[in-house]
Design a protein around this ligand. Structure first.
Ligand SMILES: Cc1cc2nc3c(=O)[nH]c(=O)nc-3n(C[C@H](O)[C@H](O)[C@H](O)COP(=O)(O)OP(=O)(O)OC[C@H]3O[C@@H](n4cnc5c(N)ncnc54)[C@H](O)[C@@H]3O)c2cc1C
Length: 235
């Protein structure tokens, strides 16, 4: 019986006082005080004022000092493949299909399939057949690392993902945009919602580039929500 699940994101942990740490690191460059002294001295009003300046100036390297760790669960292998393409300032641990047997594996079903009864039936029947064949290979003594060659892109996976704030902002620019695939866009938006709850100043302008800059950098691929640079320049 096909087990369909929905993606889930949980912020597991993050750098304590992430906004103060970033502000102190940035202030250090221009101060006689050390990082420890700045952490003690900075008031929340000063942190806010300083971070607003940093965000406006696009002075991003101090943002690398704050990290955020998520549990990302119930996403498809198609989605995780896109997620792990983000290399810089990002760490991943992913459930192994070699060591964890996928008996009764769960799947992510796109709405474009789920909402069409005929397509939904075909999807579920095919997944059930794959599950049967996978189990049969295991029963024949095939190791899980080889039986997994049958598993579809729809098979769900779990990861623990850690990104620093600078990498997250870059990730949000690419993956909150309507051009990104729906599943990774859902993950990105959920991650953004959760980091904004704990560090609203760091992520004040984070999201799709049109929200940040007021124009779309995607040219002919633009979704049309915001004007492209070409449209703004009138050519
Ligand atoms: C809408 C969309 C469609 C996509 N389609 C495809 C596709 O069809 N095929 C495909 O293969 N990928 C595709 N991708 C993935 C994309 O090409 C990137 O691999 C992914 O978004 C990670 O981005 P990044 O390299 O900027 O991030 P990171 O790996 O985190 O890198 C961050 C930044 O560091 C710098 N950097 C990192 N590594 C290097 C390096 N080796 N040399 C120089 N500078 C470096 C770059 O400035 C880069 O932007 C797509 C992504 C999106 C958002």
């Amino acid at each position: 019986m096909t087990n369909i699940i929905k993606p889930q994101v949980t912020l597991l942990s993050y750098t304590p006082e992430p906004e103060k740490v970033v502000a102190a690191a940035a202030r250090l460059c221009y101060s006689k005080k050390n990082g420890n002294e700045l952490m003690e001295d900075f008031t929340s009003a000063q942190v806010e004022e300083f971070l607003k300046k940093l965000v406006d100036l696009g002075h991003e390297s101090p943002f690398e000092h704050a990290s955020f760790c998520f549990s990302v669960d119930g996403i498809s292998r198609a989605c995780s493949h896109q997620l792990v393409r983000h290399r810089v300032g990002c760490s991943y641990s992913q459930k192994s299909q070699r060591y964890v047997k996928e008996t009764g594996f769960s799947c992510i079903e796109p709405n474009s399939i789920a909402l069409k009864p005929e397509a939904d039936k075909l999807f579920r029947e095919t997944i059930d057949k794959v599950q049967e064949a996978y189990d049969a290979l295991l029963a024949l003594g095939v190791p899980a690392e080889d039986a997994r060659f049958l598993l579809p892109n729809a098979a769900s996976t779990s990861l623990v993902v850690t990104m620093n704030a600078r990498s997250l902002i870059h990730f949000f620019e690419l993956r909150c945009c309507t051009r990104a695939q729906w599943e990774i866009r859902f993950i990105a938006k959920e991650m953004l919602r959760q980091v904004k709850e704990v560090a609203p100043l760091l992520f004040a302008k984070a999201g799709a580039p049109c929200l940040k800059n007021g124009f779309c950098p995607e040219g002919k691929m633009s979704c049309g929500i915001a004007p492209t640079i070409e449209e703004l320049r009138g050519f």
